[in-house]
Design a protein. Sequence first.
Length: 85
Amino acid sequence: MTHVEIYTKAFCGYCSRAKALLNSKGVEFEEYDITMGGPKRLEMLERANGGITVPQIFIDGQHVGGSDDLAVLEAQGKLNALLGR
C-alpha cells in the first residue's frame, strides 16, 4: 500500500485542495498539522529540501511538492502511477 504524507496548516486553501484531490482518489494519507510549528515543522523543512510553504506532500517517502505540483501530476496522468493505481 502506498504511504502518503501531507504537512498542512489550518485554514490553508492549498492544503484543502490537495487533500480533496487525494480524497477523490480514495487515498488514505497521514496528515501533520504544523500550524503551531514544532518538531514536525522542522522535519518538513528537512524533508522538503527547505520548502517552507504548505502543503508539502510525500508519496512513499518521495517529495512530490505542493498542491500545484500534485495537480500537475494529475493533469499529466502521472499521479495514479505514483499512488500505485
